[in-house]
Design a protein around this ligand. Structure first.
Ligand code: ZN
Ligand code: ZN
Ligand code: ZN
Length: 339
């Protein structure tokens, strides 16, 4: 029997679900070894290419494909399937099997951003792609079986609900106040210095007032920019700087150089949307409240969408700022300053 691979519309929450039955066949790597790693130089997936820093590969178990099968059922009034048409890619961040952005040179992380920008431009040329979702999942605790540093790109045939919700907030705020919501938040945070952890010429790293996860971190551009493609090379370099700093903060948060799992997402405007109604930002989530206490998204969070933040944010900002100072001392180069 062929596995179901389609989109299904949830009319209650008004969002698409990607059904990808074939992904249950994905291998879970019990032991990690460089010999079998498909992302290490020399692996069949990489081929004979040798002089690379960052490369993009097709996802071997894609949730979306360019030529998907027809949906498993005919659409009815309430059951609406659609074709799972899209493109899923993996971005190998470095040939090196270990480590993270904090041990890569700044120029290498700029090349990573350049790769994301180029991929995004390429994917948006496909008529069936409506949004490019860029993210990184790191750590076995959050289900990542491959430890080789990598990110993912989903070229989606719809705009994700979270992005639509943020877009509505930006739009409403702009109409009421005549200014972009995040531009206004950045202005206030720079003035009050209440939640800033780090600042360079073009970006701030923030522990937002509205953090849901423990030690959640956001990166906001100071200038109004709505998409990665609008960043010039100097701005990309400063964005790369903030990514290195955030990752180094997470890797030094609880114990010196103990890596913790995290998720990094790039939130950009829907491609067709008005530039004024979205402000580019990165969000980082990690589950630890303390070195061995984890926060789980459970009944109230998953069942009701209500987050309980089980720490004192006033203590978290102090710890994040202290960690920033220590974490940046391990980096070979930084372009800004910790608070
Ligand atoms: Zn590897
Ligand atoms: Zn803005
Ligand atoms: Zn966001």
């Amino acid at each position: 029997m062929r596995h179901v691979n389609e989109l299904r519309w949830d009319p209650l929450s008004r969002e698409w679900i990607i059904v990808a039955g074939h992904r249950s066949k994905r291998p879970w790597r019990e032991k990690d070894s460089t010999e079998k790693c498909p992302f290490c130089p020399g692996a069949p997936e990489i081929g004979s290419r040798s002089d690379w820093k960052v490369i993009v590969l097709p996802n071997k178990y894609p949730a979306l494909i360019p030529n998907p099968p027809e949906p498993s059922i005919v659409s009815s009034k309430l059951m609406k399937p659609s074709k799972a048409q899209g493109i899923c890619e993996v971005v190998i961040e470095t040939p090196s099997h270990e480590g993270d952005f904090d041990i890569l040179p700044l120029g290498h992380v700029v090349e990573y951003i350049n790769t994301l920008v180029n991929e995004q431009i390429k994917l948006l040329k496909k008529p069936f792609i409506k949004y490019v979702a860029i993210f990184k999942n790191k750590g076995r605790e959050i289900g990542v079986s491959l430890t080789h540093p990598h990110s993912q790109i989903y070229g989606l045939p719809f705009i994700p609900k979270k992005i639509l919700d943020e877009y509505e907030s930006f739009k409403t705020y702009y109409k009421e106040h005549g200014i972009c919501l995040l531009c206004d938040i950045v202005r206030e945070e720079i003035a009050t210095k209440k939640h800033i952890i780090y600042e360079n010429k073009y970006f701030i790293i923030l522990f937002p007032f509205y953090a849901k996860w423990p030690y959640e971190i956001h990166v906001y551009s100071k200038k109004h920019i709505s998409s990665l493609t609008q960043l010039n090379i100097e701005e990309r370099t400063h964005l790369a700087d903030t990514i290195r700093v955030v990752v180094s903060i997470y890797n030094n948060l609880f114990e010196k150089e103990k890596e913790i799992p995290y998720i990094m997402v790039f939130h950009q405007k829907p491609p067709e949307a008005n530039d004024n109604y979205f402000h580019l930002h990165l969000e980082f989530y990690q589950p630890y409240r303390d070195k061995d206490k984890k926060k789980y998204a459970a009944g109230i969070e998953l069942g009701f969408g209500v987050f309980t933040h089980d720490l004192d944010p006033r203590e978290e900002i102090v710890k994040l700022r202290e960690t920033c100072k220590r974490a940046t001392s391990f980096l070979d180069e930084v372009l800004g300053k910790c608070y």
